[in-house]
Ligand binder design. Structure first.
Ligand SMILES: Cc1ncc(COP(=O)(O)O)c(C=O)c1O
Length: 363
């Protein structure tokens, strides 16, 4: 198979990134953080693509990368020497992989239980590595994390004493608040969460526990969390590529990612079917939007079919291309091996989505 040179050469369904829009988003975010004490730790899970991470780091204002899985961290280590796995890692094999990685780069993991702490500490001792740890605090999302306050201090005290583990501070992801469309409501919810995290930080300070890293936030809370004294880094990921779910908010970032499809059927004047179903574009955050075709909308995504309503008189024909804007970039990226990099209609790269999937087993 020859590599495509133009947009029209790309076999569909496929993922494509507008490199100029991507770079504008990355630059805008780096400039926002350029003169702030709080810095950015871009979340690699959003795209799982080393070339995008390389561009984010090169733009500056970054402390390192955030990852969600051990495999992501292993892949991210090819472009970054300071990685936060903002997630609980508990299995012995997974902890051994974290320890092995910690011998090559600085690694910090989130911890919310003594079971998790013991597993990480054991792997660190077996390997001779030092693994950094943040106590993960539940600041309202009700996912992982210990309760703010005394419970966090109790766990922090154990982490600080655990062999092979270095306590570096706290993490609190306000995932319930980052996507609230109304700016005032979002600000109130994010601030309430961050106040819980910062109150816990003050208790850590009083107890003599490390607080060098206070990590929080996402794309929807960048300017809110970073303005609060004591938050040291924001884990935003979606800003680089953007999706239609985040586009509901008043954010200064543009769509840089789209799914390419080909019209395979034209069963009625007001309807077409394209070859990009939900194996090419996820729908967990709602149906995608149709790009550059005013009045068109996706009616349904089947496994291999996108059923699209067309405006009256639409001339779209079988064989024509369509482009969908994903509603949720993270899982959409995870469906593809490669994202084609476009400068206008010219294909300037085929970037491996190297950390897609989980294990890293050969495909
Ligand atoms: C732990 C954690 N931090 C940060 C984020 C922020 O991501 P986004 O930029 O998509 O808001 C997420 C997203 O799910 C997350 O799970």
């Amino acid at each position: 198979m020859t590599s495509p040179e133009r947009l029209s050469d790309i076999l569909t369904p496929a993922l494509a990134v507008d490199v100029n829009a991507l770079d504008r988003n990355i630059r805008k975010m780096a400039e926002f953080f350029a003169f702030r004490r709080c810095q950015l730790r871009p979340h690699f899970k959003a795209h799982k693509t080393p070339e995008i991470a390389r561009r984010q780091l090169a733009a500056g204002s970054c402390t390192g990368l955030t990852c969600a899985t051990v495999f992501e961290a292993e892949i991210a280590a090819s472009v970054c020497d300071d990685i936060l796995i903002a997630n609980e890692i508990v299995g012995a094999d997974s902890c051994r992989r974290v320890a092995a990685l910690a011998q090559q780069v600085r690694v910090t993991v989130a911890i919310d239980s003594t079971i998790g702490l013991d597993a990480i500490s054991l792997a660190a001792r077996e390997t001779g590595a030092t693994i950094g740890a943040l106590v993960d605090v539940n600041v309202g999302q009700n996912r992982c994390g210990v309760a703010p306050g005394a419970s966090a201090v109790a766990l922090g005290t154990l982490v600080a004493a655990a062999p092979g583990v270095t306590l570096r501070g706290l993490m609190g992801y306000e995932g319930h608040a980052v996507g609230i469309a109304d700016r005032r409501e979002r600000e109130t919810a994010v601030r309430a969460s961050m106040q819980q995290l910062l109150a816990t930080k003050r208790m850590f300070d009083e107890a003599g526990l490390a607080t060098a890293m206070i990590s929080a936030g996402g794309t929807g809370s960048v300017d809110i969390g970073s303005a609060m004294d004591g938050i040291t880094e924001i884990q935003a990921g979606s800003y680089a590529l953007m999706d239609t779910d985040y586009a509901r908010l008043d954010l200064p970032f543009e769509h840089a990612l789209f799914v390419l499809g080909t019209v395979i059927s034209r069963p009625a004047p007001e309807r077409c079917v394209a070859d990009c179903g939900h194996k090419a574009c996820t729908k967990d955050h709602g149906l995608p939007s149709v790009k550059d075709l005013p009045g068109a909308s996706v009616l349904a995504l089947n496994d291999e079919h996108a059923i699209i309503a067309l405006p009256p008189g639409c001339a779209l024909a079988i064989g024509d291309r369509i482009q969908l804007l994903p509603s949720h970039i993270d899982p959409t990226m995870n469906l593809h091996d490669v994202v084609y990099a476009l400068d206008g209609d010219e294909v300037v790269g085929a970037w491996p989505i190297a950390a897609r999937g989980y294990s890293g087993a050969p495909r």
